[in-house]
Structures are given as C-alpha cells and as structure tokens.
Design a protein around this ligand. Structure first.
Ligand SMILES: O=C(O)C(=O)C[C@]1(C(=O)O)C=C[C@@H](O)C=C1
Length: 367
C-alpha cells in the first residue's frame, strides 16, 4: 500500500474524530453558557456588574497552570478569553432582554393615538411648528400654514432650555396657554417641552404630548415624573447619548408606568462642522429593531441647514422613521430662537411637496 492511497482514509478518520471532539466541545460550551446564564441572573438580582476581571484572571491562571500543551499558554489565554467574552455578551444580552422598551419583551409596535393621527402605525407623520411660542399671532400664523399643509400635530416650545442664560427662555405657562388656544381653533394636537418635573402633571391640561429635550434626556427625576402620567412623551436623544443610553432613558418612563413613549433622533455631536449636529440615520433602523417604540427624526436640530432638510427627511423615512419633526416660523428673521434654521411658510410648503413627492409620507400627514 503506498502513502497516497493510505492518506485519504487516515485524514478521513482523523477528521471524523475531530467531528466528535467538536460535538463534545459544543456540548461543553453550551453547558458552560447555561451555567454562565444562571450566574448572570444571580448577579442581576444582587445588582452587581456582569464583568468580573478578577474572576477571569483567576480562571486563566488556573488553566495556564494546568495546560498540558501543545497549545502554548498565550494561545490558551486567548482562547479562553474569547469564551469569557462570549459569556459576558450573553449575560449582557439577557439583561437587555428584561427592558420594557425592548422588542424582545413586546413584539408589536407601540402606537400613539393623537386624535385621528396614529404615530407608529405604519403611516409616517409630519410634526411641525415654531421653535418657540412667541406670541398668539405668531403661533396662529404657523398653525394656519400647518393646517393648510395637512399637518395634524404642531410643536411649539414654551420652556426653552437655552445654551446661554441671556437667550430667550420661552413664555412658560403662558406659551402653553397660547398653544392650547390656537390648537383648539385649528383642530391640531400639540407637543411642547417640559423641563421641570413639577410641571409634568400640569402640562396635560394644555398639551397632548410632553417633549423631554436632548439636554434633559438623562434628567432622571424628570423621566420618573414623565413615567407617572398618562400623557404621551416625546423623548429626544441626548447630545452625546449612545443608543443604549437613549433606550435606558426611555426605560425610566416605561418603568414608571407610562408606555406612551416616542423616541426622536435629533443629531449627535461629532467633529463634523458642516451641519449643526450629525444626523445618525443608522439610529433609526437600530432603534426600530431594538425597541417597539415609535421613532421620529428631527431634521431641524440635526442638520441646522434648510438646504438639506428635505433629503434628510426622505432618508429618515426611507430608513423606517415613523415621523419627521421640522421647525416652521411665519417670519424666521425675527424669531426669538433658532432664527437661522426655521423654515418660513413658503419654504415649508416646498419642503412638504418635496418630501411628499418621494411617496414616503403616504397619506399619514393628512387629517
Ligand atoms: O463567574 C462569573 O461571575 C461569571 O459571570 C462567569 C464569567 C465566565 O464566563 O466564566 C463571565 C463573565 C465574567 O467576566 C467572569 C466570568
């Protein structure tokens, strides 16, 4: 028998031996993973972190000491470190599973019913209005334009958390009162930002949706207060918040008992200066996958540029956004906040026509 004839059969038998070893390894890895899972549950109950570097080091030392070869110690360390990492990922995944915002907990999309408008039900909506409520006349002029364009939900800031304390801080409760009066006249639903936990209950008397702004995304007392009411909440992504932090902020509201929460991507802070913030389009499909909550995109604050708002709105809708938010002011030149980035009414009409022409808005913005 020559070698050439013998080799295939021995290779085959060695491979079949390896197949058996692989199965044994797989069985052991799966058993190990089940044990890791149980440890993870105990750690969660105790409130401890999943990662335990001391424990990992102890195991590596013991394994290296018992290493019979032929793999060298470095390789053994590397292989087991991979197993520890996969185990850690499993524990982290398991904990995530528990979040109320998670799609693993609730498969169906959450919808928010605002009069005849449903947000998150598959028909994207356009939410528009001035950055700030400045006067009855200004708000009324904006509302009339929105109504004419088929918009059913109006935004308008009454409490304005501004970067500078010397900038216009909003009309406060008076602003909410104006918003309510104008919305009633035009049959619109309203969204306005609340910054003080003490105003959360009171807000329901004036507005239909409470916005929690980017700067307050991790104001945990405000989030808890929002969890204690039934008013729908629009939660903005923080300036430098990761998707995980964003979802955990929403979790505070759901954990408090309010499941009527919408998420809104509004651009994150990066090194790029061509736009006010960087619109994180990828956040839209990720949030839709991870969570059952409606996801919107604020094209005004993310871009800060009127010339790219329509393409960015279309990109957001193509990525699966449940709605767009845009700022509109009857006379942006005299606006008390965000003068440069608010659309005037003709610009808004062109913006709407452009976004509608994409077919992505369907008929969801029509009353
Ligand atoms: O022993 C633990 O505390 C575990 O969570 C298990 C385990 C492991 O895979 O062995 C997983 C993650 C930790 O970083 C340390 C060890």
């Amino acid at each position: 028998m020559n070698n050439e004839e013998k080799q295939p059969s021995s290779l085959e038998s060695l491979r079949s031996e390896l197949n058996g070893i692989n199965r044994q390894l797989l069985e052991l890895l799966s058993r190990r993973a089940e044990t890791v899972r149980e440890i993870g549950r105990i750690k969660e109950k105790q409130g401890g972190p999943e990662f335990d570097p001391v424990r990992e080091q102890e195991m590596l030392t013991e394994l290296v000491a018992a290493n019979p070869g032929p793999f060298d110690d470095k390789t053994i360390r590397h292989l087991f470190k991979q197993i520890f990492q996969a185990s850690l990922d499993l524990q982290v995944q398991e904990r995530k599973k528990e979040l109320l915002v998670s799609r693993r907990v609730r498969k169906e999309d959450t919808t928010i019913q605002l009069g005849s408008t449903v947000i998150g039900g598959g028909r994207p909506v356009m939410i528009a209005g001035p950055c700030s409520v400045e006067s009855y006349e200004q708000t009324r002029a904006a509302a009339a334009a929105l109504k004419a364009a088929g918009v059913t939900v109006m935004r308008g800031g009454a409490f304005k958390p501004r970067t500078s304390p010397y900038d216009f801080q909003g009309l406060g409760i008076e602003g909410l009162r104006i918003l309510k009066e104008v919305a009633a006249e035009f049959g619109l639903k309203t969204i306005s930002e609340i910054v003080d936990p003490a105003h959360v209950e009171l807000a329901a008397e004036y507005i239909d949706v409470i916005q929690i702004g980017a700067r307050n995304m991790q104001n945990f007392e405000l989030l808890k207060a929002a969890g204690g009411v039934k008013t729908p909440i629009l939660l903005k992504r923080g300036l430098a918040a990761t998707i995980d932090e964003f979802l955990n902020a929403a979790e505070y509201i759901l954990a408090g008992g309010n499941s009527q929460v919408m998420l809104i991507e509004r651009g994150i802070r990066t090194y790029e200066k061509a736009t006010r913030n960087t619109l994180d389009i990828s956040a839209v499909p990720i949030l839709k996958q991870e969570s059952h909550l409606p996801v919107l995109v604020d094209v005004t604050h993310s871009t800060g540029r009127k010339d790219i708002m329509a393409p960015c709105a279309k990109a957001a809708l193509a990525a699966g956004a449940d709605g767009i938010m845009v700022e509109v002011h009857p006379n942006p030149a005299v606006a008390l906040s965000d003068a440069a980035q608010q659309l005037d009414i003709p610009q808004f009409e062109r913006f709407m026509a452009d976004v509608r022409s994409s077919g992505l808005l369907k008929d969801g913005v029509l009353a």
